[in-house]
Structure formats: C-alpha cells, structure tokens
Design a protein around this ligand. Structure first.
Ligand SMILES: O=C(O)CCC(=O)C(=O)O
Ligand SMILES: [Fe+2]
Length: 351
C-alpha cells in the first residue's frame, strides 16, 4: 500500500529483474553522465595520494594532499586489516544473503533526513531537488556518541554483524581523531584545534551497495557531492567506482584493500577558512559486478556553531565563511540536494 508519495524502489530488486534498460528516474542529464569528462581520468599518472601514516614527513604529505585534493588514502593507520575485511564481509552478507523481506524490516523512513536503517534514496522529497535517483541501496547506522548507538536497529544477520560494526565504529573514531590532529598540525596549529572546533563526534556509518547496472554510461551510483560533516573515512572493496574531482577532472580512487580513504568535508573547510577545501566526489556504476563501500562520517553535533578557527583568522586573512549552525546546514543539504555543487560555497562572504 502506498503511504506517502511513491513507494521506495530497491535498486537491488531492479537489477535482479535483469532488464537491459534502467527506469527513467535513474538516467542522469547529459552534463552529469560519467563519460562527460573525456581524457581527465588518471591524466598523466596523477593519482589521489597514498600516505603512510608511519612516515616522518606525514604532516607535510597530509597538508599537500588536503590542499591539492581534499582527499587521500592512508596506510599504516593502526586499524586491524582483519576488521576492515570483516566490515566488508558482514555488509556484503546483509545485501546478498538476507531475503528482501528481512531487509525491509530495517527500512528507514524516506521522509526524514539521515534516518537509520535500510534505504535507497539519499535526499528527502522536496520541490528543491531535481530527483534523478542514485543506483545505490544503503544501510545507515548511528554509532556515536554511544547514546545514539543501538545495535538492535542493525541487521541481525550475519550473527557477528552488530559486533563488527561496533568495533569498526570505535576504531574509525580513534583514527578520525588522530587525523584531525595531523591536519591541524599541518596548518601550523596546535593538534587539538580542529577537534576542539568540531566538538564531540557524531558518527554515522553508511554501507553502500551498488548493484551491477545495465547502463553505466547513463547513471551514477551516487551523484556528485561533498560530504557535509567534518571528516569522512571510507573503505571500498576491490571494485572501482569512487571518483574525486580535481581541476574539473574526475580521478578514480584506486581500490587498495588495506588502505582507508580520507575525505575532507565541508565543516573542515569552514574551520580551516578555506585553506583546505572539501572533496567533491561521486560513485560510478559498472555492468559486471556489484560494489560495496563503507563510509564513516564524523560530524559536529547539530547544536554546534561552526566558523573559521580564531587561530587562522587574523587581520591579514579575514574570515571567508559566515558562521553556521551545523544542524541548519545539514537539513538544508538534505532538502536542497548537492546538485553537484558545494553547498559550502553559499557561506562564502566574498564568493
Ligand atoms: O561509495 C563510495 O565510494 C562513495 C560513498 C559516499 O560518497 C558517501 O556515502 O557519501
Ligand atoms: Fe560522500
């Protein structure tokens, strides 16, 4: 029965029906299609940097990557590789092995932003977003602070699912804190600067499942956007799909099973007064195999006001961004949609 609007379609069910064409709602306008960027991909051997966190010059390397890309991969990060593998494994089992009726027991409300559970549609319905759908299903978990973590809202299958997600959440929290410290130091700030500006982490973990798509040239797994929080950590499986925009070209992020992708997000751009800009990224689809990624978002609390750090703003470099309440910023993102643009630009004092 239809409750409100049209029922949510599960991309996995559409893919399993085996049609040679995707429904029209999934077809991107020509300007947003993946092959629009002819010749840009991996141009001249340029790649999203891979940084060994154990190396001596880590601050310089992180600073350069944040400035040039807003994105990098880290190795030697201290998170057990076994846990990365387990996280991918349980995520995949939920999508591949749970019958649809079980998955639907966890369906999240399509009418509220960032609701926990099984979803297929990122934005809330509104007149303001144009509504091409992503070729993706996902499961969103609220993981931190611990008062938000309720594992009984998460899949009961496979049996170790909840335990693995809890451990993964804790490890990502430690790594995100460490990275905010390094990023602060890379700007010549005390290591606690960014952490103090963000406050207690609100952490969400989204497992994204991109089924094979019969028309990868016309669709996107996830439309172009920058993440709206402070710092995103992402792991992917061996199937490529994540791309980062740099100088108007899209660069694939090479799957490295032991590495963790770091994406500078909008609040870090504001706090660093634009010294570091958030990474615009998207996911493309392919016709041969499903792809899985796990993104861990570290955000301020909704009540927090975010503005350029006092240590950075001085007479010679005045604030370039207006102060914003994080909760307001987030709800605007979910109604308006990213539309391939950086919403953070709307806060620029002198665009
Ligand atoms: O699947 C990916 O690699 C990208 C996921 C992502 O960007 C997101 O969930 O915000
Ligand atoms: Fe993202």
């Amino acid at each position: 029965m239809e409750v409100e609007g049209s029922p949510v379609m599960r991309v996995q069910s559409i893919a399993q029906a085996g049609k040679s064409e995707v429904p029209p709602q999934y077809i991107q306008p020509p300007s947003d299609r993946p092959n629009n960027d002819a010749g840009g991909k991996s141009g001249g051997g340029v790649d999203v940097p891979v940084i060994d966190l154990g190396e001596d010059s880590v601050r310089e390397a992180v600073g350069r990557a944040c400035r040039d890309w807003g994105a990098f991969q880290v190795t030697n990060h201290g998170v057990p590789i076994r846990l990365l593998d387990d996280m991918r494994k349980v995520g995949l089992s939920f999508f591949n092995e749970c019958p649809m009726k079980d998955k639907l027991m966890y369906a999240c409300s399509p009418d509220s932003a960032a609701a926990e559970g099984y979803g297929s549609k990122m934005l809330v319905d509104s007149d303001e977003n144009h509504g091409v759908l992503d070729w993706r299903d996902y499961f969103d978990h609220h993981t931190l602070p611990l008062s938000r973590r309720n594992p009984s809202n998460w899949p009961h299958y496979p049996p170790n699912y909840r335990e693995v997600v809890s451990q993964f959440s804790d490890e990502m929290n430690v790594l995100a804190q460490k990275l905010l410290g390094i990023i602060s130091e890379s700007l010549g700030l005390p290591s606690s600067s960014l952490k103090d500006a963000v406050g207690e982490f609100y952490q969400n973990i989204t497992v994204s499942y991109y089924p094979p798509c019969p028309q990868p040239d016309l669709t996107l797994g996830l439309q172009s956007h920058s993440d709206f929080g402070a710092l995103t950590l992402l792991i992917q499986d061996q199937v490529p799909g994540l791309e980062v925009l740099k100088d108007s070209h899209w660069y694939p992020v090479q799957p490295l099973p032991e590495a963790i992708v770091v994406l500078v997000s909008d609040q870090t751009e504001i706090i660093t007064n634009g010294n570091y800009r958030s990474a615009v990224h998207r996911a493309v689809t392919n016709s041969t195999g499903a792809r899985l990624s796990v993104a861990t978002f570290h955000d301020p609390s909704k009540t927090r006001n975010i503005s350029p750090a006092a240590e950075i703003v001085c007479q010679s470099s005045p604030a370039r961004y207006r102060e914003v309440n994080y909760g307001d910023y987030m709800s605007r993102w979910y109604t308006k949609g990213p539309e391939g643009k950086r919403n953070v630009d709307s806060l620029l004092i002198d665009p």
